[in-house]
Design a protein around this ligand. Structure first.
Ligand code: NAP
Length: 268
């Protein structure tokens, strides 16, 4: 079974729904008839999207404006969804924070870990508890190909995505007996706002780019069928090569050489 309203509905909550992969997830889920909770910081974008999807697909929506790098965001989301049956959680919001580890402030790193690790873990704990009680549901954790290897210059990002990868893999086993599907979606380079912002200028990089439509298509098809999926055959081959064929140290050097040219000067 792939993502289905019957198994994973009636409400889906998508974090980072204001752009990129999250916005595309919202569109695809609306087209299938899911009611949507849309979460991010940019209220205007969320409200515009919510309005469009309500009109196009005759669904209900709810917008929750929250900064997921702050520790109070969980309370906001719990309060905002208390009366809803959220059967599908898409943990998608994230940011990259590239650069030499010591050139970023500790405060920035901590907020980064809250956004990319703490918040998805807490949301998963909260919504999975209810899904287990209902004996149905689905959870998607958006990791990255970067999560399969240590990666200098995006060290915290790769480490955070590894956490999501391993959390998702383990939970897919733990929650299967409760009929809750868990999928780790691990995209490679995808054309979104994230590329070319925050000091990492990969817009013109010669890598196998994917569209958000292709990435989300793979995610939608894979929930309930697979536990981890890397969209795109080239991403799959490259990740397996780094992980399984090369010694770890060499793989890490290749990652470092790949990332460094795209960093802004002050982050090197
Ligand atoms: N693009 C890629 O090449 C790529 C590759 C692998 C994995 N990914 C992962 O895919 C996911 C989605 O990223 P994207 O590529 O679609 O980039 P994007 O277009 O920049 O989307 C990021 C989303 O996360 C939200 N977000 C960021 N910081 C937030 C915060 N502090 N609080 C609440 N929401 C926040 C943003 O909303 P607001 O700014 O409105 O808050 C936005 O909706 C991320 O987890 C990313 O790591 C991306």
């Amino acid at each position: 079974m792939a993502t289905s309203l019957q198994k994973h509905g009636p409400w889906a909550l998508v974090t980072g729904a204001s752009s990129g992969i999250g916005e595309e997830y919202a569109r695809r889920l609306a087209a299938q008839g899911f009611n949507l909770v849309l979460v991010a910081r940019r209220q205007g974008r969320l409200e515009l999207l919510a309005q469009k999807l309500e009109n196009q697909s005759q669904i209900q929506t709810r917008v929750i404006v929250a900064d997921l790098s702050k520790s109070d965001c969980l309370d906001l989301i719990i309060e905002g969804t208390e009366d809803l049956e959220v059967g599908l959680l898409i943990n998608n919001a994230g940011a990259a924070l590239p650069g030499v580890f010591l050139k970023q402030s500790l405060e920035g790193r901590s907020a980064f870990v809250t956004l990319n690790v703490m918040t998805p873990m807490q949301l998963t704990h909260h919504f999975a508890t209810k899904m287990v009680e209902r004996k149905r549901g689905g959870i998607v954790l958006v990791s990255s190909v970067a999560g399969f290897n240590a990666a200098p210059y995006i060290a915290s990002y790769a480490a955070a995505k590894s956490y999501l990868l391993n959390l998702g893999l383990a939970l897919s086993e733990e929650l299967a007996q409760h009929h809750v599907d868990v999928l780790v979606l691990a995209p490679g380079a995808t054309r979104t706002e994230m590329i070319g912002t925050g000091g990492l200028n990969m817009k013109d990089a010669n890598v196998p780019w994917m569209s958000v439509q292709r990435v989300v298509n793979v995610g939608m098809k894979s929930l309930g069928k697979k536990t981890v999926v890397i969209p795109g055959p080239m991403n799959h081959v490259f990740t397996s090569f780094l992980r399984r064929v090369l010694p770890k140290k060499l793989a890490m050097r290749i990652m470092a050489r790949t990332m460094e040219p795209y960093l802004d000067e002050e982050l090197r």
